[in-house]
Design a protein around this ligand. Structure first.
Ligand SMILES: Nc1ncnc2c1ncn2[C@@H]1O[C@H](COP(=O)(O)OP(=O)(O)O)[C@@H](O)[C@H]1O
Ligand SMILES: [Mg+2]
Length: 415
């Protein structure tokens, strides 16, 4: 056994700070102490029914990640043996050995597989895999190779534990930071709620008077005067819209609750805003499924209108807005995959536009109250959307590509 190679790699492992570092050193170490060129790492997951595959060898990477990043434990006696036995598991020919999952072997083209356990004290955290594929053929290990791999795996396990713990710490810090930001946003929203419930109501009433008076001015007047009155009227209506948004923000959570037809709400809101949409912008509506939801129709219309108007603003003169209503179920597995999802049955409405898109660095801020990039924006539209959605126990997400368009998806729990 090449002792100096083992020491050299032990030192390099000590300097590793990321999983990628570990994998790079491992690839070199395995090549130095054995005849094998392919190596990978299998790690236990918090979910005991799977293990995760993390590839090391460069030429193995695309294969492993595309074809089998998550390996189910049941139905794979070899993996079961690794997890329970804590000793080296050698499969000379994966095609004939009864312990392998033949479907996986056929997909991955495995030949010889050597699994060396990675243990921290008594705890098995995973296995270092070494082996041959396809044209490399079957290549049984010598005792000397196995000894060297076991020694290396002991050092790898210790280094992995250290890297893992420091990555966990970083992630926890990151999460704490995100939580703090979210808390601040909620606090701002709360403050605004207090502020607005007092002001918005009065403002709304006063503006109604102003608008009604201006509208009643139907006596003949000079064109100039007419233009001035129309300007005042337009500004008054805009101010009333802002006051209405503020009312929704400040409103008590005890809103109306009735059974709603989401697709019908979308259709009605599209009709309502159609006059405000330029001629060159088409609005298409698609209904794939339309499960009933419970909610406050006024608030939901307001949220939908805000999304549609934002889509319009992002498009300009020519483009397309597509609304889609459908049903989506998320189970535990889906939620693990899509980190933003929550378990349950939902009615989903998507508002998609092929407009300007949101720059990636701003996407985290669009729901903040008062955040706007528009010269005459209020920054209230999406704050209202997120509050309405929260009050309906749903969630909202935004996906956007700069220059290509934006999709907002709102999920309402179904009855
Ligand atoms: N569909 C969209 N496409 C591009 N950017 C959007 C879209 N919707 C929202 N935004 C961005 O989010 C910001 C906040 O939106 P919103 O809260 O509705 O306020 P406002 O529309 O008054 O600016 C907008 O100013 C814009 O930068
Ligand atoms: Mg808006």
């Amino acid at each position: 056994m090449d002792q100096t190679a083992i020491f050299r790699h032990a030192r390099e492992l000590q300097q590793a700070t990321t999983l990628d570092d570990l994998m790079r050193v491992t690839e070199q170490a395995v090549a130095a102490i054995s005849r094998y060129r392919q190596t990978w790492l299998v790690l236990r997951d918090s979910d005991p029914s799977i293990v995760r595959l993390i590839a090391a060898s460069q030429d193995l990477k695309p294969l492993a990640f595309e074809r089998s990043p998550i390996i189910p434990v049941t139905g794979d006696p070899m993996v079961e043996e690794i997890l329970t036995a804590h000793h080296v598991v050698v499969v000379e020919d994966a095609r004939t050995d009864p312990r392998t999952n033949k479907a996986t072997v056929a997909r991955m083209q495995n030949r010889t597989i050597i699994n060396v356990p990675l243990c921290i004290g008594e705890r098995l955290v995973g296995a270092l895999g070494i082996g041959t594929y396809g044209g490399e053929g079957v290549l049984p290990p010598t005792q000397e190779e196995l000894d060297a791999l076991v020694v290396y795996a002991m050092q790898l396990a210790a280094a992995w534990e250290r890297v893992h713990l420091s990555e966990e710490r970083l992630r926890a810090e990151h999460e704490r930071h995100a939580l703090q930001q979210r808390l601040e946003a909620v606090q701002r929203l709360e403050m605004m709620g207090v502020l607005t419930s007092g002001v918005a109501h009065d403002l709304n009433n006063l503006l109604m008077v102003v608008i009604a008076n201006l509208e009643s001015l139907d006596t003949p007047m000079a064109a100039e005067t007419r233009a001035t009155v129309d300007d005042a009227l337009a500004a008054g209506r805009r101010a009333r819209d802002v006051a209405k948004q503020l009312l929704v923000l400040g409103r008590e959570p005890t809103a109306r609750r009735e059974t709603l037809d989401l697709a019908a709400r979308v259709a009605a809101t599209v009709e309502l805003i159609r006059a405000a949409v330029p001629r060159g912008v088409t609005v298409r509506q698609s209904v794939v499924a339309n499960p009933a939801i419970e909610g406050d129709p006024v608030q939901i219309d307001q949220a939908l209108a805000n999304l549609l108007l934002n889509a319009r603003d992002a498009i300009g003169d020519r483009g397309e807005i597509v609304t889609t209503v459908d049903a989506v179920d998320f189970d535990e597995a889906a939620c693990r995959r899509l980190r933003w999802a929550h378990v349950g049955h939902y009615a989903r409405v998507e508002v998609h536009d092929n407009g300007s898109g949101v720059p990636p660095e701003l996407i985290g801020r669009v729901f903040e109250p008062l955040f706007t990039t528009k010269p005459h924006g209020t920054g209230l539209g999406l704050a209202v959307v997120s509050q309405v959605v929260e009050r309906h126990h749903g969630f909202v997400r935004c996906e956007s590509e700069l220059g290509r368009g934006t999709s907002f998806e709102v999920y309402f729990p179904t009855k």
